[in-house]
Write a protein of this length. Structure first.
Ligand code: GTP
Ligand code: SPV
Ligand code: MN
Length: 592
């Protein structure tokens, strides 16, 4: 039975029922009883495996189709009325043409299946800054994930009342046919259509589709920002907490940084790090003139491989109960899970992510490189006391970063906001397994938003510039790179918890507490201002010098590649002049 009298919602749901023709329609009320029934049903159908409830209470394992393990950027569309509104970096199709294509795929696609109606809120239910969505899906896996990742249930509808504004999300697994897989956004209609996938960012429509692509479009029109950023608080020994938000591309370290455990020296002195969010930030200007950030999500959809007690203890602890694992190894001896990098003891009686008997000695990977856990945020041992605060936390610094073997130094600070927007716009990173396609290729990924910006990227840069003019108390803007390699291909910076040492410098800069060296690319630390106590063996003075060096020849080569990237905007006429001016100024500085 429908859980609301909201006419706009009911009309839309009824239209989709008529289109997809499910045998049953079930509204998700959020009750534990209903959730438990769905878990049971999914176990009976083989969609989920119930794991060892003594070791992993409330935990389940799911395997997706082998052809459906990551976001599909080449099949993700922004269907604005004109191509120009979608811009040079998004796939575009004329909306009515796309709708005709999709309607043919949706027509009768839920015959013999159940359609679930998921009312969800991104952000605290009923708060000024939350957004309501309805996702229709024929996948129980999607329902159970959405319940962890967002706030789901009848209270969302009750708080929404008869408000006609909501994001419409329709997902159908259909035949999991790669050739007919589409992840489509109609920003003007506040609508998302997903078909022929059952994986993560393609189907959990509250996440990348709503909270970034649709929200970035809304933010542009309404004067706020939706960013692919973690949010963390650093508490100093005096008990003062300072917050930063950091944008790194997919699988480049947001979850790890968001819940990092500081090095022993810092812990001993009383420093703490608090996690507010690990993937998405919504930011708006507060009455006090500062920029305030909320995490609109309610859980973590984190990369499993590489997560272990040492690299990310807090993420691992978050997954010890009530977690759904996707595409990891199933250990049949004790009915638990495993992935590469968890420990040095791969199970011997096991099934790999494809569902095949797995022998780790044959050198094959047991877990998919993009295998994931879906865990409730409140289970994180260092979840911030402000996590559910509707007004969020004040941001003192923005940090951009990517995966760069060379060129980008460990850390630098932009000269000012406009230069900071330029620094974000020229971000580049090696591609990862989070998206289908080649891995390890350097590509430009402005603000880590290349796959997630719901409108013209040039207009998005302009929105950043515009926000800068409107924020009285602007955060400072930084760039980091944890991934510099030596000539043998080893990481030269220890990373993970030791990244605290860089954040410490960033916060001092944000509060004008330390001097810096002015270089061609921005302000950089005096080497002695990066605290290396306890890691002098690993990071010698020489290594630090290397990490903080600017290789002018490489930067000049980078300028060429930035020009090429910027030139994509030419035919759209949307690159703000400030950006090309900044590029020319950088080139001049490097030449002199
Ligand atoms: P999405 O969920 O896809 O948005 O990814 P994310 O940005 O949250 O990335 P995550 O923190 O899950 O890290 C992805 C990979 O980067 C993992 O394999 C980590 O082990 C690795 N990683 C994270 N931080 C560091 C670091 O400081 N140094 C090195 N060398 N690797 C890191
Ligand atoms: C990412 O790829 O940036 C993710 C995972 O956070 S997904 O939800 O699949 O987009
Ligand atoms: Mn992400």
């Amino acid at each position: 039975m429908a859980l609301t009298k909201n006419k706009a919602i009911l009309d839309w749901v009824n239209d989709q029922i008529a289109l997809c023709q499910p045998d049953n329609v079930v509204w998700i009320d959020g009750s534990e009883e209903q959730i438990e029934d769905l878990r049971k049903e999914s176990v009976e159908s083989g969609e989920m495996f119930k794991l060892n409830q003594e070791l992993l209470p409330g935990c389940y394992l799911h395997r997706t189709a082998v052809n459906d393990v990551a976001r599909v950027e080449h099949r993700t569309f922004i269907c604005t009325p004109t191509r120009k509104e979608a811009g040079p970096t998004n796939n575009w199709m004329e909306p009515s043409e796309m709708r005709a294509k999709l309607n043919a795929l949706y027509d009768g696609c839920m015959k013999g299946r159940t359609m679930y109606v998921i009312p969800f809120s991104m952000g605290v239910v009923g708060s000024d800054f939350s957004k309501v969505g309805i996702e229709l899906t024929d996948s129980i896996y999607v329902v159970l994930n959405m319940i962890i990742m967002t706030r789901v249930g009848k209270d969302v509808l009750d708080a929404h009342g008869d408000n006609p504004q909501f994001t419409k999300g329709l997902h159908a697994k259909a035949d999991i046919d790669e050739e007919n897989r589409y992840i489509v956004h109609f920003p003007q209609d506040n609508e998302i259509n997903s078909v022929n996938s059952g994986y993560g960012g393609n189907v959990l429509l509250g996440k990348k589709c709503l909270a970034l692509r649709i929200a970035s479009y809304l933010g542009k029109n309404e004067g706020w920002m939706a960013e692919h950023m973690l949010i963390l608080g650093i508490e100093n020994p005096e008990g003062e907490v300072r917050y930063l938000a950091a944008a790194f591309p997919s699988a480049c370290g947001k979850t790890n940084l968001a819940m990092l455990i500081p090095p022993k020296e810092y812990l001993d002195k009383g420093w703490k790090v608090w996690c507010v969010g690990d993937d998405i930030a919504w930011l708006r200007i507060g009455a006090d003139g500062r920029l305030w950030a909320v995490n609109p999500e309610n859980g973590f959809f984190g990369v499993a491989p590489g997560t272990n007690v040492k690299s990310n203890y807090n993420a691992l602890m978050s997954t010890k109960a009530n977690t759904i694992f996707t595409n990891v190894v199933h250990n049949l001896d004790n009915n638990t899970v495993w992935w590469e990098g968890l420990d040095k003891n791969p199970p011997t009686n096991a099934v790999n992510w494809k569902g095949e008997k797995w022998d780790h000695t044959d050198g094959s990977k047991g877990a998919h490189p993009n295998s994931r856990f879906t865990a409730p945020a409140i289970q994180c041992p260092v979840i911030s006391p402000e996590f559910e605060s509707p007004k969020g936390v004040p941001i003192s610094a923005f940090v951009f970063g990517g995966r760069r073997a060379k060129t980008a130094p460990l850390v630098y600070e932009s000269f000012d906001w406009e230069h900071g927007v330029f620094v974000g716009s020229i971000m580049a990173s090696e591609t990862t397994a989070a998206a289908a396609g080649q891995v390890g290729v350097v590509r430009r990924d402005p603000m880590a938003m290349l796959p997630f910006c719901g409108y013209n990227m040039g207009a998005y840069f302009n929105h950043w510039l515009d926000m800068g003019n409107r924020i009285p108390n602007r955060p400072k803007i930084f760039n980091v790179n944890w991934f510099r390699l030596d000539d043998e291909g080893h990481f030269i910076w220890p990373g993970f918890g030791d990244n605290m040492r860089v954040l410490h410098w960033i916060m001092k800069r944000a509060f004008d507490e330390v001097d810096a060296v002015e270089t061609e690319i921005g302000y950089m630390p005096y080497p002695e201002d990066i605290n290396l106590n306890g890691i002098e063996d690993e990071v010698s003075e020489e290594v630090l010098k290397d990490l903080l060096s600017v290789d002018k020849k490489m930067w000049m080569e980078d300028i060429e590649s930035i020009r090429e990237f910027y030139s994509k905007f030419d035919e759209f006429g949307t690159l703000p002049k400030e950006m090309s001016d900044q590029l020319n100024a950088l080139e001049e500085r490097l030449k002199n």
